[in-house]
Design a protein around this ligand. Sequence first.
Ligand code: ATP
Ligand code: MG
Ligand code: MG
Ligand code: MG
Length: 439
Amino acid sequence: MRLSRYFLPILKETPKEAEIVSHRLMLRAGMIRQQAAGLYSFLPLGKRVLDKVCAIIREEQNRSGAIELLMPTIQSADLWRESGRYEDYGKEMLRIEDRHGRDLLYGPTNEEMITDIFRSYVRTYKDLPLNLYHLQWKFRDEVRPRFGVMRSREFLMKDAYSFDLDYDNSKIAYDRMFVAYLRTFERCGLKAIPMRADTGPIGGELSHEFIVLASTGESEVFCHRDYLDLAVPCEGVDFDDAAGLAEIVKAWTTPYAATDEMHETATWDQLAEDDKLAARGIEVGHIFHFGTKYSEPMKAVVTGPDGKDVPVHMGSYGIGPSRLLAAIIEASHDENGIIWPKSVAPFDVGLINMKPGDADCDAACEDLYRQMQAAGIDVLYDDQDTRAGAKFASMDLIGLPMQVIVGPRGAKAGEAEIKLRATGERQSLPLSSVLARVQ
Ligand code: ATP
Ligand code: MG
Ligand code: MG
Ligand code: MG
């Protein structure tokens, strides 16, 4: 992509309304624009990162055996009356009336709708286990939308829903998602710690929030230092091996970790002071087993091996990809801007022509640009006629992992400079070696 033809509205001034660094940097780097309170457009650069994050989420969901579908954003109130949540949900739900006077709502989550889909087609335990997910916009009329896409009113969610014959099988489904989440967040360059979370009025042991530690996080959390060194399961992890999954979950739930609602001071006090990590965190994911809470009232039953009908056991599993963008920036930035982990960077390489109009610079850059494109490298080519200082500042701000800098003197000598965004490390090398270096 040539910067001269791209849409990258970088802001020079620091926006006053932004209280935390990720919000500031997302606005300044031209990633998002607020359209109304808690409603954001994702501008081209932001959209690229969002797509990368969603691609990682999809890969890991699919690998774990979940199946993607797509449900609408608007739902019928009648479905929610069946589960009893229409009245209970309160003011966070955006209620809408259509021209015929029918009650609709903008979905804040999809348990009811997925249960309706399930009960319409599945009759027997032989079709289980089943895990269906989608990536879809949600709306929650948050009392205090803030921090940009960290807590917006319209936000993207990946929500998966598992269906199993009984508790034991639904625990396996839970473990699968647990492991898929560990891998997903790691691939996004984050250290997310699963913490025991409140299950609300339903009770039970099975609920974990995945929390990224950050001083700007809205949750107060308590965990054992050991989490910082625990190994994340590798790509080859076997999602059909229930015992293996249970082992991993055990290792990741044994050291103490709890959000403040679940915090037990007595247990905490027994830990050695050096092992304690009392911090703030960002909830990036939440997995939840709720058994027959929806299947019972909504009559989602299957015939078991004994011929009897039983309500299915369900769980739901959410990740907020739009919030993840902000969480990644909170975890990875410096005073000059964002530092994207490679896996989610909007472009792989930023190619900087320090002096457009200079014949050697132009020739060298055009050639590198062509080579990189042919090799399938996502490159943002700054071919604009602006000051070199401004170019460097913008490139650092948008945080591409690698910069290739071509100046008139270097170009004449057949050389370019590579700069790694994360470390600032620079290296000069022949133009002919650049492609191999950035690949
Ligand atoms: P929070 O405690 O931050 O309000 P939640 O517990 O209400 O979140 P869940 O119902 O567990 O959220 O939704 C699953 C995921 O969706 C969350 O873990 C988070 O990543 C994301 N999410 C929830 N609310 C928002 C929001 N207002 N803006 C952006 N992402 C959100
Ligand atoms: Mg909430
Ligand atoms: Mg929460
Ligand atoms: Mg939650």
